[in-house]
Design a protein around this ligand. Structure first.
Ligand code: URA
Length: 235
């Protein structure tokens, strides 16, 4: 692929802007400056840099973000900053989207991708991917609430009850809940329907992929093939 197309595909601006970056000698490939927009490179494992900042070529972007509270998943947020403020602008430019949404005040594992099939597969109600949340509850947890969550609670406006695939108390006010669907405010509504209230919510895991321990709140990382496998195979 030629260098202009490489930069364009990775979200470095319009074709004209990408060509400009190259002609202005701001781009290097594998450590060597390259000012020819038509120079071609094998993209497998390619790392180029713009103004000295390295960028690994990825045909598609698959990312994990440790979402802090106070960020909206929308690109066009109403009341808070967007999670896209936590990411390099190249990702918004290449149309990376959130894979399902977390509420503004929910923290933890958020996936993002520009692979439409991947986004669809993980957000489709047909594809039942378990998602593990930890909720801090206002009132002490008890067995009646946990059983209601496991057996299913009827949410306002729904015909069928929503059940957790697993629900147990990690502490008096700490609930671990695993759900398959991703309905609007699902966990908060389920906990409310079971007679308690969520004070704080954190997503720890999607499928077999847990939020990496070394990923600080607000930090993101590329997902490698092993992480993508873990996501698809909860194990
Ligand atoms: N359920 C909720 O209620 N909120 C989230 O952010 C995610 C799941």
């Amino acid at each position: 692929m030629n260098l202009e197309s490489i930069l364009f595909s990775q979200g470095f601006g319009t074709r004209r802007q990408c060509r400009g970056l190259i002609l202005d000698a701001r781009v290097a490939v594998a450590g060597q400056p390259c000012a020819d927009p038509l120079a071609t490179f094998d993209t497998a494992g390619l790392v180029f840099s713009v103004d000295g900042s390295p960028w690994p070529f990825h045909t598609h972007a698959y990312l994990a973000l440790n979402k802090p509270a106070g960020y909206e998943c929308s690109r066009d947020p109403q009341h808070h900053l967007s999670v896209f403020h936590l990411l390099p602008p190249q990702f918004a430019a290449r149309n990376v989207q959130c894979v399902g949404r977390l509420d503004q005040d929910t923290t933890g594992l958020l996936l993002l991708s520009d692979d439409g099939q991947f986004v669809h597969a993980f957000t489709s109600p047909k594809r039942k991917v378990p998602k593990v949340y930890v909720a801090t509850t206002r009132h002490p947890l008890d067995e009646t609430q946990l059983q209601a969550l496991r057996e299913g609670v009827l949410l306002h406006g729904e015909r069928e009850p929503s059940a957790a695939v697993a629900a147990h108390a990690r502490g008096e006010h700490e609930l671990e809940l695993s759900v398959l669907e991703g309905k609007y405010h699902q966990v908060k509504r389920m906990v409310a329907a079971a007679g308690n209230r969520v004070e704080a919510l954190h997503r720890e895991r999607i499928g077999g992929f847990a939020l990496p321990e070394d990923l600080a709140p607000g930090a993101w990382k590329w997902l490698d093939a092993a992480a993508l496998d873990a996501l698809r195979n909860p194990g």
